[in-house]
Design a protein around this ligand. Structure first.
Ligand code: C2O
Ligand code: CU
Length: 453
């Protein structure tokens, strides 16, 4: 019997397509407009940031911490066993300097995801990277792909930024919190770690279809995306396919992703793909360029001609998923009020600030509905770990919204989501603006009867 079991396990093991990935978390120097900056990164031994893998693979990640501080890395948007979720002090202990940590989980999804530190303020030091999950049918969708990993960058260390937010009198030169929309005055926005003074140039062929995988990996910046002269078709949101939607500008809140198809015209040319920060004139991006256009690339300004306004959620009602949640009655309704005390810089969910929270209890098998009501003065991109939810109402108005893992709740608005409680564990639910998160805006969904190992 034992021998039979052993064979069964071995046979199953062989049929699983296991993918081993080594990731180094380390410090590195980048050039920001001629000034050197020391940041963190997550890369493979050959220097590739993050990784690409296939849906259906069984992933074995070996994460090696070369920093002189502890860390932990979260796989944003992935459906995985709770103990692989990578959140320090929730599902694992931090990974200490010089230590290696193993993550093992099957890849259930295909789409555009990302990974980032879930420890202190490390995400602001660019401890983040793309996580791209492919499936066989992807090759029929586009001829080529380009990843745009957007971040917000400051030469200040994040502890200093947070201290200034908590105590505005400490602000030295910058104008943080002066503005209604922008809380942190960044020095630059980056795409794949570069500014527009030396942007990445992606070679493309005339008449080819390019799939842009755009990831908002910033700590506190919502981006307005512009495809310039190109027409685009959005095909996925947060890694989930949507009914295709045409446009040349889109909105991408913190932590969200969008996949857009663009067709390079027969005449070729150079096409900047730009992202402008909400409430600022600063922009970032990269250039898709056919070979003829390479010799005469025009410089692109890091400042747009007009300052961008505020996000609206206007596009949210336009997105419809290819596959919705199965219709069924809601078993449990949860109302969450998002509030902020700007003076103390404490952000709360139902008046509770992390870690002093009461977990939200759910039962396996239930359909859960959460309504976020934002009574604070800032918008909050709310993210739920380990589940994909559907946006089912905006300000009480029902809709078949997109399947997502992060939804923006604008000031004075309500957003309702539904999901199936199908993954027992303790799952963080938090605002993805890093300073709101560390300022308290996090809670957890806990499954009744779940015990952590
Ligand atoms: Cu991007 Cu707690 O997550
Ligand atoms: Cu927030």
């Amino acid at each position: 019997m034992r021998i039979f079991l052993l064979f069964a396990i071995l046979a199953a093991g062989c049929s699983l397509n296991e993918e081993k990935i080594i990731l180094h978390v380390k410090e590195r120097l980048i050039d920001v407009d001629g000034k050197e900056a020391s940041v963190f990164c997550i890369e493979q031994p050959d220097g590739t940031p993050g990784f690409t893998a296939q849906k259906g693979q069984l992933l074995a990640i070996q994460l090696e911490n070369y920093l002189d501080v502890p860390t932990s890395v979260h796989w944003h948007g992935l459906l995985l066993p709770n103990d692989q979720d990578g959140v320090a002090f929730v599902t694992q202990y931090p990974i200490y300097p010089g230590k290696t940590y193993g993550y093992h989980f099957p890849l259930m999804q295909a789409g555009t995801f990302w990974m980032h530190a879930h420890f202190e303020l490390q995400e602001q030091k660019l401890l983040s990277a793309p996580l791209i999950l492919k499936e066989a049918s992807d090759t029929a969708i586009a001829d080529q792909e380009a990843v745009l990993f957007l971040t917000d960058f400051s030469f200040k260390n994040p502890e200093q930024i947070f201290a200034e937010l908590r105590c505005p009198s400490k602000i030295e030169t910058h104008t943080a919190r002066m503005h209604d929309i922008v809380e942190v005055a960044y020095d630059a926005f980056l795409t794949n770690c570069r500014t527009l003074s030396a942007p990445e140039i992606v070679p493309v062929l005339a008449e080819s279809i390019v799939r842009l995988r755009i990831i908002n990996g910033s700590s506190a910046t919502n981006f307005f995306l512009s495809l310039g002269a190109l027409k685009g078709t959005a095909i996925a949101i947060d890694g989930n396919r949507i009914e295709p939607i045409e446009g040349s500008s889109f909105e991408l809140a913190v932590a969200q992703r969008i996949d857009i198809l663009v067709t390079i015209p027969a005449t070729g040319g150079a096409f900047p793909i730009l992202a402008q920060g909400e409430g600022t004139a600063m922009q970032t991006g990269l250039v898709l360029a056919s070979s003829e256009s390479l010799k005469s690339l025009a410089p692109i300004s890091q400042r747009a001609s007009v300052t961008a306004g505020r996000f609206t959620n206007r596009q949210e009602s336009l997105f419809h998923p290819l596959t919705s949640l199965n219709p069924r009655p809601v078993d449990r309704k949860i109302a969450l009020e998002l509030e902020g005390d700007m003076a103390a810089y404490v952000w709360t969910i139902n008046k509770q600030a992390w870690p002093n929270i009461t977990p939200i209890l759910v039962k396996k098998g239930e359909r859960i509905e959460i309504t976020f009501k934002n009574t604070s003065t800032m918008a909050h991109p709310m993210h739920l770990h380990g589940h994909t939810f559907q946006v089912t109402a905006l300000n009480g108005k029902p809709l078949q919204g997109p399947m997502r893992d992060t939804v923006l709740v604008p000031v004075n608005e309500t957003v309702t989501i539904q999901f199936d409680a199908d993954s027992p564990g303790v799952w963080p639910l938090h605002c993805h603006v890093l300073y709101h998160l560390v300022g308290g805006m996090m809670t957890v969904i806990r499954y009744e009867g779940y015990t952590q190992h």
